[in-house]
Write a protein that binds this ligand. Structure first.
Ligand code: TXA
Ligand code: MG
Length: 341
């Protein structure tokens, strides 16, 4: 398939509108469109169209029991895809939408099971990106969109990442800026008495608790380390059980006092390089967790581009809630290969 690529940032207002209009027409006719969000790029299709959604799974090579998030532009669109009262979601929406926050609700009849991976619940969010919101509004339908990477690879945070993974597989790519957040949205399940975070993100449990005035649980599967296999604990978000964010290189996370981690990295690097291997290092500023979130996936992809054999990464402090969310991804990237130093 010929993929049409629009560099939205370089277009004037009129051209921009035209490009988004063309993309919305593609969505309406069941085609795939890639668009930027504040978290990562998404590969979208009409979330209520069975055929269109099934093509997302094909393009990504994604297992069909892994449900998609519906991207909506307002609460009316949310009401359309659930039969239940929005309840606490109204408060949460006021606080966090548009933004990197996804709510899981009971689904309505309208939403096909292919979108929800066979579940009777549906995930929804309003992204904080003008191109995305305009595309949804013009399409007039919720857009099902997983991250626009080949399944298993790091999520795309820059236009070149989606062009690399998805050229020839989608009708249109809307290229925007580099994603501001860099890791995917926080997912919270609101279908039970106690809300539960299924995937941590930059919107934290503490922030959510404050808004709804009650405690929030964290899915135990979100932070387990050093497991032989990820299947030991069954995560509640189906997607969290799959191999994820994996660079081609082997990856080791070093955890301990900063000075010890730095020394260990230098030592391993020297040793491996003497064996002719190419070694890459990911060591973020200790307390700049937002920067770590923004840069992690992009750095992992760069390592692959550079043909690195081994990645040595410094662990982040999981006591910080954003540090915890970034570590959730880093641990998956490394296949839970953590070395205490
Ligand atoms: O920031 C984001 O959320 C990005 C951008 C594009 O919006 N999207 C994203 O989608 O990360 P994806 O498909 O890569 O991840 C969606 C996650 C998966 O782990 C999936 O299992 C979970 O959401 N999920 C979707 N619907 C669910 C449901 N009804 N119940 C539980 N988990 C659900
Ligand atoms: Mg994904």
């Amino acid at each position: 398939m010929d993929t049409k690529i629009f560099d939205i940032e370089k277009l004037n207002l009129k051209e921009k509108e035209k490009a988004i209009y063309e993309a919305s027409q593609a969505i309406k006719s069941g085609e795939l469109v890639i668009f930027p969000t504040e978290t990562v790029y998404g590969i979208g299709a009409d979330g209520l169209n069975y055929e269109a959604v099934s093509n997302i799974y094909k393009a990504k090579g994604r297992p069909s029991d892994n449900p998609l998030i519906l991207h909506v532009c307002d609460l009316d669109m949310v009401r359309d895809v659930t039969d239940c009262d929005l309840g606490v979601l109204e408060k949460l929406a006021k606080a966090f939408w548009p933004g990197p926050f996804t709510a899981v609700l009971k689904k309505s009849e309208k939403v096909p099971l292919i979108t929800t991976g066979g579940l009777d619940t549906v995930a929804v969010r309003i992204p904080d990106n003008d191109i995305a919101v305009e595309l949804i509004r013009k399409s007039g339908t919720p857009i099902a969109a997983p991250s626009a990477n080949i399944s298993g690879k790091p999520s795309p945070t820059k236009p070149e990442h989606v062009i690399h993974d998805m050229s020839g597989k989608v009708k249109i790519i809307l290229c925007g800026d580099k994603c501001r957040v860099g890791i995917e949205s926080t997912i919270i399940d609101l279908t039970n008495e106690e809300p539960m975070i299924l995937r941590p993100g930059i919107i934290s449990a503490t922030q959510i608790s404050k808004v709804i005035g009650r405690t929030v649980a964290m899915d135990a599967a979100a932070s387990i380390k050093n497991r032989e296999s990820e299947n030991d604990v069954n995560p509640k978000a189906p997607g969290m059980k799959y191999k994820h964010y994996a660079p081609s290189a082997q990856m080791i996370i070093l955890q301990g006092k900063r000075s010890d981690v730095e020394r260990e990295i230098t030592e391993i690097k020297k040793q491996r390089e003497s064996q002719g291997e190419k070694v890459g290092v990911i060591l973020f500023e200790e307390n700049d967790f937002e920067n770590a979130a923004r840069e992690l996936f992009s750095k992992l992809r760069k390592m692959d581009d550079d043909g690195v054999d081994l990645i040595l990464a410094g662990a982040l402090d999981e006591k910080d809630e954003i540090g915890f969310a970034v570590m959730n991804r880093m641990l998956k990237s490394a296949g839970y290969n953590v070395r205490e130093v």
